[in-house]
Design a protein around this ligand. Structure first.
Ligand SMILES: *[C@@H]1O[C@H](CO)[C@@H](O)[C@H](O)[C@H]1NC(C)=O
Ligand SMILES: *[C@@H]1O[C@H](CO)[C@@H](O)[C@H](O)[C@H]1NC(C)=O
Ligand SMILES: *[C@@H]1O[C@H](CO)[C@@H](O)[C@H](O)[C@H]1NC(C)=O
Length: 288
């Protein structure tokens, strides 16, 4: 345990020093940042970017992920508002394998005021969400394992959403409107027919797939060899969703690597909407 701690403090001290240098000499920051994270939403920090110093990641996407293999030094993840000065919501999920990490949040860009958020142990994950009008910066520092049992890896999923002051906090709970459904049916990450299973809670719906239409099939799994394909969809707790019987059309989107429910009209209701849309030419895609 002792060696862990020593290493971690040493690393942090080093981090502070470098960060201080970077802040004093802003141009140096560009030399040290050697990832493809500023240009792609799904990026990686590779072993050849083993520069001395902190790795700056400032994603320019609304959502994405960063894979960090053989972590060393630290990653400074800067999440900026989508529009400068406007309020935005950001969520980050960090998953770690074969090492632990310590996650800090910088307050007002002041390193002195760096606040420890959490420690994530090997095989675990943690979330951080916040709303702000100024950039949110997380400082992610690996703690190397004492025993090397395989290649250590950290995966960071992030999302940035614009918040509008007129936005109703219960907006995501209301049923989707007809026109909205036409669009969502054609643009969402997951679309399928299903029924709700008994493991449905106020924060997750269990689904038994009845018909796959579009999306990532990895979202579904079988719990027994001949059993039905099942998936779990995340729902906001505030919506107080309850298990309903019958067939539904489920529309979901991928957020931080999980499927989040967008709408779930009854299948019979959806069939009528779709018929009308096909007649009027309002349907924007040709999924069956
Ligand atoms: C990403 O960067 C490009 C060019 O710098 C810019 O035009 C675009 O608006 C940015 N995208 C986002 C989502 O911030
Ligand atoms: C990161 O996102 C891309 C694109 O969505 C996906 O293909 C990839 O599997 C993701 N990586 C991880 C580690 O989840
Ligand atoms: C969100 O950020 C503000 C300002 O930095 C901070 O006071 C607050 O504690 C943060 N909330 C969470 C949940 O961390």
């Amino acid at each position: 345990m002792h060696r862990f701690k020593d290493y971690s403090f040493h690393q942090l001290g080093y981090g502070y020093l470098l960060l201080w240098c970077l802040l004093s000499l802003p141009s140096l920051g560009y030399v040290l940042a050697t990832t493809n994270c500023d240009t792609t939403c799904h990026c990686s920090i590779s072993e050849n970017s083993k520069e001395t110093g902190i790795i700056h990641v400032r994603p320019n996407c609304t959502q994405g992920n960063v894979t960090w293999r053989h972590p060393y030094n630290a990653v400074r993840l800067g999440l900026n508002p989508l529009t400068k000065g406007l309020e935005f919501e950001t969520c980050v999920k960090i998953k770690v394998d074969l090492l632990s990490v310590i996650v800090y949040k910088e307050n007002s860009g002041d390193i002195e005021g760096m606040e420890q958020l959490f420690v994530i142990e090997s095989g675990k994950e943690a979330h951080y969400c916040n709303t702000s009008t100024s950039p949110i910066t997380l400082f992610i520092e690996p703690v190397r394992p004492q025993l090397y049992t395989g290649p250590p890896k950290v995966v960071i999923y992030y999302e940035r959403l614009e918040l509008r002051s007129e936005m109703d906090p219960m907006r995501e709970c209301r049923p989707c409107e007809e026109e909205e459904l036409h669009k969502l049916y054609c643009t969402s990450d997951y679309i399928f027919h299903g029924v709700m299973g008994p493991k449905t809670t106020s924060s997750e719906i269990e689904i038994y797939l009845t018909k796959y239409i579009f999306g990532d099939r990895n979202a579904f799994h079988r719990t027994s060899r001949k059993g039905p394909l099942k998936a779990m969809l995340v729902v906001p707790e505030k919506c107080k969703i309850q298990r309903g019987s019958g067939d539904f059309l489920f529309i979901a989107r991928k957020r931080l690597d999980k499927a989040h429910l967008t709408c779930a009209p009854y299948l019979s209701h959806w069939k009528k909407i779709k018929e009308r849309a096909l007649e009027t030419g309002a349907m924007q895609c040709a999924y069956d």
